[in-house]
Ligand binder design. Sequence first.
Ligand code: ATP
Length: 311
Amino acid sequence: LIQLYVPLNVLGFVYRQLRQALTDMETMFALAAVRPDVADRPDAPALAVAGGEIRFQAVDFGYDPRRPILKGLDFTAPAGATVAIVGPSGAGKSTISRLMFRFFDPDGGAILIDGQDLRAVTQASLRDAVGMVPQDPVLFNDTLGYNIAYGRPDATTDEIMAAIERAALGPLVASLPDGLNSRVGERGLKLSGGEKQRVAIARALLKDPPILIFDEATSALDTRTEALIRDGLIRDELTTAGRGRTMLVIAHRLSTVVDADLIVVLDDGRVVEQGRHEALVAAGGLYARLWARQSAEPQTPPEPAPSEPTP
Ligand code: ATP
């Protein structure tokens, strides 16, 4: 039996390593669900970010060409501004974030960063310049520290700890016996949706990109994450000394966008109105109706918070 034990143990190890590799690969593919037609042009230059102005110019897009989702979408996020994209469910808000990261190319029109068409620059330089906090971040089957420092492998422990504090993850990390070395993901610690978003926020803080896209979760966030967003803490924290940052907030709840520099209201793939909160409420259009409806809704209860290690 002893003779069998060692090879079986080795086999088990190999199996676990293989599964880990496959899961990481799946994660990568899920993260970069690219279409084969999204490719760098030969000799494409790197994106040169000056202020970080984002411009959608008459953008048409459909996941299926027979069903258009964005229909001549036009808006500009000025350099350094915080711009919220709002609108009814299915209006195409999250689609905008996918196009910004070039998971897909528009069928018509163009998306420009500081005047450069996203299709004309390298994807690597685009993804360096754009940070993304997705709705439902996928964590790697690795340690919490790895998941936060991913994208900035040279980050020092001090920098990682600072990002953790700013993303309101301090109490969670302090409560874990293995701290940053705790394993998370499929076979580790199960984090709540809000905690996963805060890990993605810490990752984005560490990456420190000139453009940040924050796709707010549709489902109930925990109260800490919601406060981070509502109180504009993310914007404040993400605005580094001396350098503004353009931030696009894909907002599924309006309470978090009241202070945005510009609110772009989308309906059925088009911009129907834009402006600041007070002006839009006074205008009595779609935003005012969404605002009235949401204000009347009972508040969604926060997620049950504590994470439990899986057996
Ligand atoms: P919500 O507020 O409900 O998240 P949204 O405004 O963010 O909505 P999108 O996620 O951009 O909406 O989706 C717009 C439309 O595109 C929806 O009708 C959706 O069904 C469709 N859609 C989204 N992702 C895909 C996809 N990967 N393949 C095909 N259709 C998709």
